[in-house]
Design a protein around this ligand. Structure first.
Ligand SMILES: Nc1ncnc2c1ncn2[C@@H]1O[C@H](COP(=O)(O)OP(=O)(O)OP(=O)(O)O)[C@@H](O)[C@H]1O
Ligand SMILES: O=P(O)(O)OC[C@H]1O[C@H](OP(=O)(O)OP(=O)(O)O)[C@H](O)[C@@H]1O
Ligand SMILES: O=C(O)c1cccnc1
Length: 481
């Protein structure tokens, strides 16, 4: 699928650095960058990686058009014509590895690794982070909603309140990965194959003289999917009784009232009363849907209050990640090619220990206990370390408190960074959205419940190999004193 022209969807400083490398003749040196985040959003115990579909399309289609080049020439008169020619010929020719979409991910582990000429690897930072940060954030928020909603039906209703059109559709996709059942956005449905659903708005009721008439006309038009919004005037005194009247007419035609939707007031109380009224009228199968600024906390509370709600429409709070509207994912240089062609690991030192980068080209493994089939820890090793690949006994230790350690030997090491581009070519077809959704569900089953709970989850270990740790310490002492 093509998503448009994004070569200039980058920060100007990337092009400035590309230019400076080109002027200095270092632009063809290889570089390794890794994208990761440092802190989980919403106080959650895990993140849900998303964004790769769009990143892959972006990388594959990355070209500077004549208009792009002309625009750049206008913006910066220092750019020499030969540099602009290099942009005209620009293609991504490097390697890109990433964890699959739907993977449960944790702070400080490489989620995307780009290995390419620095000319290319530098350019793609901004767009990669833009796509990864937003989609991972929304998939993570959606996973929280999903964990409290269980098997109830979950619909994404956020488009009207989303931060513009791209956020609406990619957010709908991220929510579907995390277990939502559908979206109200038809474009997201068309582009990605997400099931679409819809009820009707207050405007439909207001467009008629009487609520009952409005319900009847709607049911006449769409008799196979009648979910009536019952709160325009008075939910229990008029909305539910009028819905029941229409339900009876539908039943006489061999059809049924699929559902009612509550959109204001005390959703626990109203759903209980509506359930009782529907059951007494002989409509035990009519579902109750709720909407109105829902999030994982409200849904959790409504369930605790015994709300009788079967389906949830979730909009604003999800699509804007209202309680934390950004994921702070970063893209850091971890190794660079020296003049002799070998790689030199590099570090970024910081007064804040959490911000010190981990040098070197790295692999990421999920260590799964063979007996319990549960994930024990994630393990970051330097490229080429063989022991973990071969299942040898390894030491797991906490990188902040290295004296906290244990040895594991009966494990499976799942390599999480999968090749996506090799020498600029897409390695294989990306998984379908349905496959990603299923994979995400399998990922959840790998984790003990203490890592998944909404409130105060246990901290899942992300450990470094001894070699990765030693390399970090060596560079830290050399560079940081
Ligand atoms: N029983 C409940 N327990 C906790 N939260 C609830 C309960 N019922 C509804 N809520 C939530 O409380 C908030 C109430 O929103 P608000 O104050 O706008 O009231 P409202 O009923 O929607 O009023 P309005 O008619 O103006 O839309 C919403 O987020 C809603 O989902
Ligand atoms: O509250 P959210 O989680 O964002 O869910 C979407 C909201 O959007 C609609 O309201 P709106 O007032 O825009 O239109 P309406 O007249 O159809 O209710 C809908 O009724 C929900 O309340
Ligand atoms: O179909 C609905 O009920 C719907 C869709 C978008 C926003 N609010 C409600």
């Amino acid at each position: 699928m093509s998503y448009g022209d994004y070569a200039l969807h980058t920060d100007k400083y990337q092009i400035n650095m590309m230019y400076a490398h080109w002027v200095q003749g270092t632009h063809n040196r290889m570089a390794v960058f890794e994208a990761y985040f440092r802190k989980l959003p919403f106080g959650n115990g895990f993140g849900v990686f998303a964004g790769l579909e769009r990143i892959a399309a972006y990388i594959r289609e990355l070209r500077f058009t004549e208009e792009d080049v002309a625009y750049l020439a206008e913006q910066e008169e220092n750019y020499r014509p030969e540099f602009l020619d290099a942009l005209r010929e620009f293609r991504f020719t490097g390697h890109l590895h990433a964890v699959p979409e739907g993977t449960l991910v944790f702070p400080n582990e490489p989620l995307i690794r780009v290995e390419a000429r620095i000319f290319e690897a530098q350019l793609v930072e901004t767009a990669i982070l833009n796509f990864m940060n937003y989609q991972t954030l929304i998939a993570t928020k959606a996973a929280r909603v999903k964990l409290v909603a269980g098997e109830d039906s979950l619909l994404e209703f956020g488009t009207r309140r989303a931060q513009e059109a791209d956020a609406a559709i990619w957010g709908a996709r991220a929510a579907y990965i995390a277990g939502f059942h559908g979206t109200s956005n038809l474009r997201a449905g068309k582009l990605f194959g997400i099931p679409t659903k819809g009820t009707h708005a207050h405007a439909w009721v207001q467009a008629h003289a009487e609520e009952e008439e409005a319900f009847l006309r709607y049911a006449e038009a769409l008799p196979d999917q009648v979910t009536l919004l019952v709160d325009t005037y008075d939910t229990l005194k008029s909305g539910v009784p009028n819905a029941i009247k229409v339900g009876r007419k539908l039943a006489a035609q061999g059809k049924k009232l699929s559902g009612i939707r509550l959109d204001s007031g005390d959703l626990a109380y109203l759903s209980q009363q509506a359930r009782r009224m529907l059951d007494e009228a002989g409509f035990p199968d009519t579902k109750i849907m709720a909407s109105n600024d829902l999030d994982e906390h409200v849904i959790f509370n409504l369930k605790a209050q015994g709300a009788r709600i079967d389906a949830w429409g979730v909009g604003t709070q999800l699509i804007t990640a209202a309680d934390q509207p950004s994921l702070g994912g970063v893209y850091k240089l971890t190794a660079r090619e020296k003049a002799d062609g070998s790689y030199e690991p590099v570090i970024k030192v910081s007064g804040n220990p959490e911000k010190v980068t981990t040098p070197g080209k790295k692999e990421l493994y999920r260590i799964v206990d063979r007996k319990t089939r549960k994930a024990e820890a994630d393990y970051i090793a330097l490229d080429g370390e063989e022991d973990v690949k071969q299942g040898a006994r390894i030491k797991l230790f906490d990188p902040i408190h290295p004296y906290l350690h244990k040895f594991v030997e009966d494990y499976e090491a799942m390599a999480l960074l999968q090749p996506v581009f090799r020498d600029g070519e897409l390695v294989s077809k990306l998984p379908s959205l349905e496959e990603i959704r299923l994979y995400h569900k399998q990922q959840l089953s790998l984790f003990w419940p203490e890592y998944l709970r909404k409130l105060n989850p246990a901290v899942y270990p992300v450990d470094l190999s001894i070699a990765a740790w030693d390399k970090k310490m060596e560079l830290l002492h050399r560079r940081g004193g």
